[in-house]
Design a protein around this ligand. Structure first.
Ligand SMILES: NC(=O)c1ccc[n+]([C@@H]2O[C@H](COP(=O)([O-])OP(=O)(O)OC[C@H]3O[C@@H](n4cnc5c(N)ncnc54)[C@H](OP(=O)(O)O)[C@@H]3O)[C@@H](O)[C@H]2O)c1
Length: 257
């Protein structure tokens, strides 16, 4: 069995070292699904319905690097609605540099598109997803979603993808992304979508920031699904910031290394 890595002091790391630590596996032939969450020590994923109060500076730094490395940002519609998602804003020069080094990014430095998973396609066509973005979003939805809603979202500029009958399974999602050559996948939640991935063995990697906070209350946990599937994970990266924030990266055991 491989030993868990030693903790690294976050403040000793520059951007290049963070990029190296968080690089996707080389020569991917199918989507690698990385999921990113921030939670309090007692497991809360929200404070008053949103995640903003949980992430500090170190989490924000890693969050932006993960976006810069990705081909696509996948998010559940609940999160897109709660967090008022718009298009991603990434670092143009860093995206170009990453592309030149074969690490993701984009040749022209453009940001990755946002792909929203929604069974019902109940998204606001006047919302930021459609109006505040430089990349057309993808809406990964179902055959059962109302045709007029799908048409409205397509008219608003989205690529609407029918990827399942009544729900989008992990396999449906993977196939939709693979068809479009979107292999470096960053899933930013939320708990229902991550629950679907976990219960289908469909997540390759979890980046989890633990913020030095106790929250209590009724906030949910990072994965929620009708069925459980215990999945062994291997700790690959452990960073500690001065304030006690822990930035962890876990891969499905046996996937590499
Ligand atoms: N702390 C963090 O890092 C973090 C990260 C993300 C989210 N959050 C928080 O989590 C909360 C949202 O939780 P949530 O569980 O509602 O999030 P979610 O998974 O983003 O959204 C659930 C919705 O997404 C769609 N969906 C999810 N899985 C689907 C599937 N397999 N097939 C088809 N559609 C699917 C459905 O949309 P339709 O209803 O449109 O069909 C469903 O109602 C928010 O408060 C957000 O702030 C926290």
């Amino acid at each position: 069995m491989q030993r868990a890595p030693n903790a690294i002091q976050f403040t000793t790391l520059g951007t290049d070292e963070l990029v190296r630590l968080y690089a996707y596996p080389a020569r991917l032939e199918s989507p690698w699904i990385r999921v990113n969450f921030v939670a309090s020590i007692d497991g809360a994923v929200t404070v008053e319905g949103r995640s903003g109060a949980l992430g500090g500076a170190a989490d924000h730094t890693v969050f932006t690097i993960l976006r810069d490395l990705a081909d696509v940002i996948v998010v559940g519609a609940g999160t897109a609605r709660a967090e008022n998602y718009g298009g991603a804003r990434t670092d143009v020069r860093r995206r170009i540099r990453l592309h030149q080094h074969g690490l993701g990014g984009a040749r022209d430095g453009s940001p990755p598109p946002v792909a929203v998973v929604s069974a019902g396609a109940a998204l606001d066509p006047a919302g930021r997803l459609f109006t505040d973005t430089t990349r057309p979003p993808l809406v990964i939805t179902t055959a059962a979603a109302a045709a007029d809603r799908k048409r409205l979202l397509a008219d608003a500029g989205a690529e609407v993808v029918e990827a399942g009958d009544t729900t989008v399974t992990a396999a449906d999602l993977r196939a939709a992304l693979a068809d479009r050559g979107l292999l470096r996948v960053l899933c930013e939640g939320g708990p229902s979508l991550f629950g679907e991935l976990v219960s289908a063995g469909g997540a390759d990697e979890l980046c989890l920031t633990l913020s030095p906070l106790l929250v209590g209350g009724t906030a949910g946990r990072i994965a929620v699904s009708p069925n459980a599937l215990p999945t062994p994970m291997a700790l690959r990266t452990l960073l500690v910031d001065d304030d006690g924030t822990l930035l962890t990266r876990w891969e499905r055991a046996g996937t590499r290394g």
